[in-house]
Design a protein around this ligand. Structure first.
Ligand code: IPE
Ligand code: IPE
Ligand code: MG
Ligand code: MG
Ligand code: MG
Length: 269
């Protein structure tokens, strides 16, 4: 049962959206990237929670009436529906700000500068936020495939790249391996977003925990909407082959990453 949201604090809203059922894909990738080199340590768990909060804030803002205007997220009413828009904006802001509190507890001072730079670059105005901006600018336009790929690379790949990079940086990976992880994160994001767009058309709202048909009702140009469902599914398999090529070059943990690619393609939520 959902308690009366009218009397709740900002922290209540942060907990409500963060602990609603979700896949935790980004924190998992932080841990699994670290595991290529060694067993994840406490710092790795801090980084994993930080990226999940960045992702969660992006969802709260993505659902706002001024963006995708969606009323269900992670199987629950969105915060602006439950209470009001100002509350949802502030809960999103608070989730992002909490990340600073988490990163302040990071113990390896020799990695901290690089971690902060990477978080800024991938999540900020040159990364995920830029993708969200392009996505909104693209509404009511007939975008070409290249333009949609640019949106997807920014709004979705950047946080998956960030996940793998954070695990790698924390584990002390070399620059060439970090570059491989970054390339892999980009493909994961493209796969992830095409599948998300497919589920937006043929998914089951009660399984995906968010509305179906949101892209079409917002006049977005998604890949399956512009090239058709069959071609979009073919594209998933082309990206799968690219991902497998990159995974083959990883020093270890290849089985996990291959299974993860299968999950990205077959997932129903
Ligand atoms: C949804 O992300 C937003 C996209 C980038 C498509 P997820 O599908 O990972 O959402 P949760 O975290 O499981 O709710
Ligand atoms: C959102 O893409 C990506 C981010 C929040 C950065 P979508 O708008 O397709 O995500 P859903 O379908 O609402 O989860
Ligand atoms: Mg969106
Ligand atoms: Mg959306
Ligand atoms: Mg979507």
């Amino acid at each position: 049962m959902i308690p009366d949201p009218l009397n709740q604090s900002i922290e209540w809203g942060m907990t409500y959206v963060t602990f609603a059922p979700s896949k935790r894909v980004r924190p998992l990738l932080v841990l699994k990237a670290h595991e290529i080199f060694s067993k994840p340590d406490d710092d790795c768990y801090l980084l994993a929670s930080a990226i999940e909060l960045i992702h969660t804030y992006s969802l709260v803002h993505d659902d706002l009436p001024c963006m995708d205007n969606d009323s269900v997220r992670r199987g629950l009413p969105t915060l602006h529906v439950l209470k009001n828009e100002a509350y949802a904006v502030l809960v999103g802001d608070a989730l992002l700000t909490r990340v600073m509190g988490i990163l302040a507890r990071y113990s390896k001072s020799h990695h901290l500068n690089r971690i902060l730079q990477t978080v800024y670059k991938k999540a900020g105005d040159q990364g995920m936020i830029y993708g969200q901006y392009l996505d909104m600018e693209g509404e009511n336009r007939n975008l070409e495939l290249d333009a949609i790929n640019e949106i997807n690379e920014n709004k979705t790949s950047r946080l998956l790249e960030l996940s793998l990079l954070l695990g790698g940086i924390n584990a002390g990976a070399s620059d060439p391996v970090l570059n491989q992880l970054e390339d892999l994160g980009k493909i994961f994001g493209l796969l992830f977003q095409i599948k998300d767009d497919i589920l937006d058309i043929e998914g089951d709202a009660s399984v995906i925990g968010k509305p179906v048909g949101s892209d079409e009702s917002n006049s977005k140009s998604s890949i399956p909407l512009i090239i058709g469902m069959d071609q979009a599914k073919k594209l998933l398999n082309e990206y799968k082959i690219e991902a497998q090529d990159l995974i083959r070059q990883l020093p270890s943990n290849r089985d996990f990453f291959n299974h993860f690619v299968d999950f990205l393609i077959s997932r129903e939520k």
